[in-house]
Design a binder for this molecule. Structure first.
Ligand code: GRF
Length: 207
């Protein structure tokens, strides 16, 4: 399965997807790393792995829809079948999301539907949560919503600050993002409306 990865920065989840090449049975190929930020660290990671890169600077486009259309054109030119958001820090327009419906996934550092949005780890700590985690989901127009493919749970530890918690959640992100891609590539994920199924089973009911 050909995949495109969209980034804006560090690209550690991109690196996890790059490194998954080493896993036996991995059948995906990253055909494009697209960034809206020219000096994103993820671009260097892609170049080091000899993966094609493309920078599309959102500031050069009149509005979000035109920017998103330029991204779709660049992605489609590569033949990518799945688009993975990996720390891509732009909101996406509904036409883009609808165009890539059920072919566009995201990783978010909380157990959705809890803690959508930014500054997640500090909000989790401020709320006194004992557990948090991360989620891979298909993207829908409303931010951080959509059929859930995989989640991992992380326990909050005494003395955690937002950085230590983020680091432990990130370790899990790096496990579940390649795993979700592998499940999709292997044809084991289906989507029924707002519900993702793995091998025909509902793992995360969408209430
Ligand atoms: C991750 O925490 C991811 O969950 C969120 O943005 C961060 C990206 O980190 N969507 P990286 O660029 O993959 O290192």
């Amino acid at each position: 399965m050909k995949i495109a990865v969209l980034i804006s920065g560090r690209g550690s989840n991109l690196q996890a997807l790059i490194d998954a090449r080493r896993d036996p049975g991995w059948t995906s190929e990253i055909v494009l790393v697209l960034s809206n930020v020219a000096d994103a660290q993820g671009i260097e990671r892609a170049e080091k792995a000899s993966i094609a890169t493309c920078v599309i600077d959102h500031r050069e486009y009149a509005d979000r829809e035109i920017f998103d259309a330029a991204m779709t054109e660049a992605i489609e030119a590569t033949g990518a079948e799945l688009v993975c958001l990996a720390g891509f820090m732009r909101l996406l327009s509904t036409p883009f999301i609808d165009h890539w419906r059920d072919r566009l996934i995201n990783i978010h550092p909380s157990k959705l539907p809890d803690y959508k949005g930014l500054n997640v780890h500090q909000r989790v700590l401020d709320a006194g949560e004992t557990m948090t985690g991360c989620t891979v989901h298909f993207v829908r127009p409303e931010m951080d919503t959509g059929p859930i493919i995989l989640q991992a749970t992380v326990l909050v530890q005494a003395g955690d600050d937002a950085d230590t918690l983020a680091a432990r959640v990130l370790e899990q992100e790096h496990l579940i993002y390649p795993e979700a891609v592998r499940l999709i590539a292997d044809g084991r994920v289906t989507v029924d409306g707002e519900q993702a199924l793995i091998d025909g089973n509902v793992l995360y009911p969408n209430d």
